[in-house]
Ligand binder design. Structure first.
Ligand SMILES: NC(=O)c1ccc[n+]([C@@H]2O[C@H](COP(=O)([O-])OP(=O)(O)OC[C@H]3O[C@@H](n4cnc5c(N)ncnc54)[C@H](O)[C@@H]3O)[C@@H](O)[C@H]2O)c1
Length: 319
C-alpha cells in the first residue's frame, strides 16, 4: 500500500486525485488546504482525513509521499517539513517562486535522500518521446515557441508576488520543453509589455513577453507569451534543424521535411503517466521512471527567473 497526502486541494490536485484513484494499492490518507471548505470537500471525495496544516498531516497520517499542489508563493516549508520526515515529494511546477526557496528545498531533498518529482507533465507525452528520438543527434539551429492565452481564473495568478508572472508560472512548460528536447540554456534576454490589463483589479504581472535564449549548443530560441486575449489561444513550439522542422502543438508532433509531412498524435494521458511513474518510484525505490526531478525543475525555474530579471534590468542574464 502506498500512502499519499495532499497539500493544496485546488484544480490540479483534482486531476492528480482522478489518476491516483485508478492505481491499485494507493490510499489518500490525509489532505490539507488553506481553505478549510476545500480540504473537506476534497477529503470526502478521496476518502481521506482532513488536517489543519501540513505538519499535522505528516505526523498523524504518516504518508509515504505527498503531492504539493499549491500556488508558487506557497512552496518552501511544506516541502522542507516533508523532507525532514523522509516523505517523498511530488511538487507541482513551478517548484518555487524564486531561486532562494528552491535552493533551500533542494538542499532538504538531498540531505533526506528522498525521491522527488516535479509536475512538468508534458515530458510524459508519448509524442514528446517521439520528438526526443527524432531530434537525437540532430543539430538544432532555431526554436520558436508561443503561449498565447487569456487570464487564468485563479486569483493568485495575476499577482506577481504570488505567481511570479506568466513566464515563471505558465510558459515554464515551454521553457522546460526547450531544455528537455534541445539541451541547457546559457543566456536569457527578455522584454515585456505592460498596461493593457489595467481594468483587471490587482493585476500587476506582465501582459506579454518575448524571451530570447542562447542554448549551450549555440542554437537560438525565442519564446513569446501573452495572457491578454479573450478568444481561443494557441501553444506551440517549432524546432528547426537542417533535416526537418518539428512542431509540437496540443500533444501532436508534426514533422515537415522536403516533400513530406508526418504527424504523430498522442495516445496517452500525460497526467496518468506522470502519476503512475511517481507511484512506481515510491513503491520500488527506483527513480528511473521519473522524468523531471525537483533538481531538474530548478534548472527550468532558473531560466524563468533570469527572464524576469532581464525584463527588469534590460540586460541579458548569463546562467
Ligand atoms: N502541471 C500542470 O499541467 C498544471 C496545471 C494546473 C496547475 N498547475 C500548477 O499547480 C499549482 C496549483 O494550481 P491550481 O490551478 O491547482 O491552483 P488552485 O488555486 O486551484 O489550487 C491551489 C490550492 O492551494 C491552496 N493553498 C494555497 N496556499 C496553501 C498553503 N500554504 N497550504 C495549503 N494549501 C494552500 C489554495 O487554497 C488552493 O486550494 C500552480 O503552481 C500551477 O502552476 C500545474
Amino acid at each position: 500500500m502506498v500512502k499519499i497526502g495532499f497539500v493544496g486541494c485546488g484544480g490540479i490536485a483534482q486531476e492528480h486525485l482522478k489518476h491516483l484513484r485508478t492505481i491499485n494499492d494507493v490510499k489518500i490518507v490525509g489532505v490539507c488546504d488553506a481553505i478549510a471548505a476545500r480540504s473537506r470537500a476534497f477529503a470526502a471525495e478521496a476518502g481521506a482525513e482532513v488536517y489543519a496544516d501540513p505538519v499535522s498531516l505528516y505526523d498523524k497520517a504518516k504518508p509515504d509521499a505527498v503531492c504539493v499542489a499549491v500556488p508558487p508563493f506557497a512552496h518552501g516549508a511544506i516541502e522542507e517539513e516533508a523532507a525532514a520526515r523522509g516523505i517523498h515529494l511530488f511538487v507541482e511546477k513551478p517548484v518555487a517562486i524564486d531561486m532562494a526557496v528552491a535552493a533551500r528545498v533542494s538542499g532538504a531533498i538531498k540531505r533526506a535522500g528522498i525521491l522527488s518529482s516535479a509536475g512538468y507533465c508534458y515530458r510524459y507525452c508519448d509524442t514528446i518521446d517521439t520528438a526526443r528520438a527524432l531530434l537525437k543527434g540532430k543539430a538544432v539551429s532555431l526554436v520558436t515557441g508561443a503561449w498565447i492565452g487569456g487570464l487564468p481564473p485563479t486569483p493568485w495568478w495575476r499577482r506577481r508576488n504570488q505567481s511570479g508572472g506568466q513566464m515563471l508560472e505558465q510558459t515554464t512548460h515551454l521553457f522546460d520543453l526547450v531544455r528537455y528536447l534541445c539541451g541547457p540554456v546559457q543566456e536569457v534576454h527578455a522584454m515585456v509589455s505592460r498596461g493593457c490589463m489595467s481594468r483587471v483589479e490587482g493585476f500587476d504581472v506582465d501582459d506579454s513577453s518575448v524571451v530570447v535564449l542562447r542554448l549551450k549548443t549555440g542554437a537560438v530560441a525565442s519564446i513569446t507569451s501573452t495572457c491578454i486575449i479573450n478568444h481561443p489561444g494557441r501553444i506551440h513550439l517549432d524546432i528547426v534543424t537542417p533535416e526537418f522542422t518539428l512542431t509540437l502543438n496540443n500533444g501532436t508532433v508534426r514533422v515537415e521535411e522536403d516533400h513530406r509531412v508526418t504527424e504523430y498524435r498522442s495516445e496517452c494521458d500525460k497526467y496518468a503517466e506522470e502519476n503512475r511513474a511517481f507511484i512506481d518510484a515510491v513503491r520500488t525505490g527506483k527513480k528511473n521512471g521519473i522524468r523531471c526531478t525537483y533538481a531538474d525543475a530548478v534548472k527550468t525555474l532558473q531560466v524563468t527567473c533570469a527572464a524576469n530579471e532581464s525584463a527588469e534590468t534590460g540586460m541579458p542574464v548569463k546562467l
